[in-house]
Design a binder for this molecule. Sequence first.
Ligand code: FUB
Length: 456
Amino acid sequence: MNKDTNPGFKLKESAGNPIITTIFTADPSAHVWEDGRIYIYPSHDLEPARGCDYMDRYHVYSSEDMVHWRDEGEILSSQAYSNDVPWGRKDGGFMWAPDCAYKNGTYYYYFPHPSGDSWGTTWEIGVATSNHPAKDFKVGDPGFVTWEGVGIAGEFMIDPAVLVDDDGRAYMYFGGGSRDDRCKGGQLNDDMITMKEQPRIMRGLEDFHEATWVFKRNGLYYLVYSDNHHLPRKNGDGMENRNQMRYATSENPLGPWQYRGVIIEEVGCGTSHGSVVEYKGQWYLFYHNQDISDRGNLRSVCVDCLYFNDDGTIQIVKQTKEGVKPVGPPPARSADMKKYPAKDAVLGGGAVINGNVAEGLEKEGSFLRFDNVDGGKDGSRNTLRISFSSAERVGKLRLKVNDIDYSLINLMPAEVSEFSDDCFITVKMNPGTDNTVTLTGGVNDVKVEYITVTPL
Ligand code: FUB
């Protein structure tokens, strides 16, 4: 490794799958924006999981080499502490698969969320706007997509996806509910918040379930969606969902569509949801699986290469563990990165220092506390990295920054018992050194050597 390009954490030769491991993420919508970076807008499965409702606190990720991903931090939440979604249901949660679009200097972040207690029947397609792709999003008034003054979603019409065509016209697609007439689309007005027309059924799909994504290549429109594929349960007790992703094509953005086939077979998870995007000359499929947790409500985003045949049809994507290769330079070191050794931290509840390393974090009540952590001039977005080792496949600690609880975070060692720093999360701090980072143990065996904090 060239010393000058060492960013202060271990560089990787390939991305590995899943690509996001510290928290659980799903439903990735990927876009390449004008700054030349690729951004992923996923949903966030919060741990401990609670059915399918405990999804919230959206993060965004970006990269310029497809291998090293930057957590841009939390951008929108329906939790009461944020009051980000004034029209949302009072108990929050259910922040399902989002998408983002860019038009005339503004980023539009679309997210499905129920407006009432009857969460299945009160969906809206929320909209937040910003002039930055990954921060400062605000929900306006009424704050959701409408047609003739009324929200377009209702019963299970979830999973918004927006295509801004080469001529500047934008189209909204959405739908869910396991029937071919439940995928709809229509043109958006220039405000990107009201529909220019009543959404219409996307004709020609086969076995539609949810998770619409539309992209364009060589003048042809592709509509990708998940199906209703089932497999026998492992315990032999009936069938369970094992959705695949399929696609259809059209010469028009709103169809009619010609069904073409499967683009990814089942991913080992009940749901399947992803996006297709070209970056630096290579096409990719972003998708999710449950490889880290083995639970369908704690999912993880992956990416693999996608290839077209000469006639424009898509080859079935091969799901790999090694992931994709770099397509750009690795991240450079930030002069502002600060390191906080565990031996200088406050330990308690049975955690102890052995040499430079904090141990005993498997004990109930154990903790490691870093005081006077520098949040930089602005504080709002700091990337925290943890140098750790674990004998477990997935170590876990609870992270608290000041009074914000980030819940459990995953520490996945590259090699068991070897110190690694592939645990990173971007968090909110105060400007200056009035910050406390607390790592609480008690789940399983993790050893911590140091943390670093880098303002974005
Ligand atoms: O992640 C919640 C829901 O599960 C999404 O909205 C669906 O597409 C499925 O992935």
